[in-house]
Design a protein around this ligand. Sequence first.
Ligand SMILES: [Zn+2]
Length: 471
Amino acid sequence: MGKSCQFYADIMAMQNEVTGSCNLVIVKFPNGETVRFVVDCGLFQEREYEELNSVLPFNAENVDFCLVTHVHVDHIGRLPYMVRNGFFRPIYSTETTCKLLPLALNDCFKVLSSVSKRKNSTPLYSEKDVERTLGLLKSCRYNETVQVHENIKVTFFNNGHLLGAALILVQISYHGYEDINLLFTGDYNNKNIFFDVNPIPPRILELRLTVVQEATYGYMNSSEITKCFRNNIIKCLNNDGTVLALVFSLGRAQEILYELKTMQEEGKLDVQIPIYFDGKLAIKYTDLYIKDGLDIKPEMRDFLPENLAFVDKVSRRSVLEDTGKKVILTTSGMGSYGPAQAYIPEYISRKNALIQFTGYTAEGTLGNRLKNAEFGEMVEVGGLIVKKKADVEYTTEFSAHAKADEMIDFLKQFSNLRLVLVNHGEIKTKKIFAERIIKEVDAKRVGLLGREYFFRVDPYGLVKTLSTKFQ
Ligand SMILES: [Zn+2]
């Protein structure tokens, strides 16, 4: 153990809660060399943390490489900001993530510039920064080990969270020492309707390991999910109403399209009822799903329902004016951006409308605010004060995150868990889930990863925690 203190990695997170995912790892080698890398660099989306977006509590110029778990904005939205601040080295991710990143980052840039125009401030980064970021991408195949530094290798494993998503294993070695093995789950799901999630190879399960584990749904079990989407839709349409389903552009939008197609095939949704799909980026992603195939299994490539119309800015007016029963799918998933800003004010005060959220709504977003408003209460939507009369419903049945019991099962697969660092969850959720890990998983130590501490690990696990300077 004596010599292990010269060989360690310090792990810290830039965020305490769900969005703004970014982990910094500083590796110290026995020869005195230091290697720094970042896992994800996402935007803060909760309004109360927005000002943190312009704070990078490390020197981007000194970062040796970057790893990306998946293409969601809260994991990639600040990569160009890192580049703007001097980062110029490789960004490794899966082949599919590399194909999706140009659309994701360019859209993120557009959203940020329209927000800054409204606030009369300067955007975090420019289109040029996005271009430079894309130029740094190095695509990796699942299960293939890539040497990213002479002593550091990285392997991306399949993850059901999203097309292209990965669990990332980082193996740090030094002559004469045992390896330091770190596994980052990013956002994790054990299944996906569009592709098969392969099991983790047995040789990985036996490694002496530190896992950085997400905890978004660490407070609930999969058995607590109630499926209500279909019934809500049928009920609304039976009353000749309009269904407004809020979807995320990537993953959720395509899954809901498939759900509607299945309902049509099972005779639960009349094919005569028009389905409108509005959201530039969501339509572009859908096009990529169909044309490129990405990692989608062949039987899932044909996922579009019948009677589907793509809507743009021009045709949106006629959709809004149409009083007949219909289903509208639109973005953003939390309601705060995109065409949702045009549809929600219109339908929130209609009695026979259903506003159906299909995923997580972060605190401070419109979706979250509507949750807390009573029927008949006045709510502010895009500057307008309107009376909430529509049904506003939420479901976790389409979640792209594993639930607590599934995450526990995931962790139980590893036979030599030295440390589990719980991140990506509301603070109280992370605590609940950490306690559950202590009770149910054979892990030596469990910590809460956040802005307050960094965790020093050596080949045998946790050495100590140190308080950070950027609280
Ligand atoms: Zn995600």
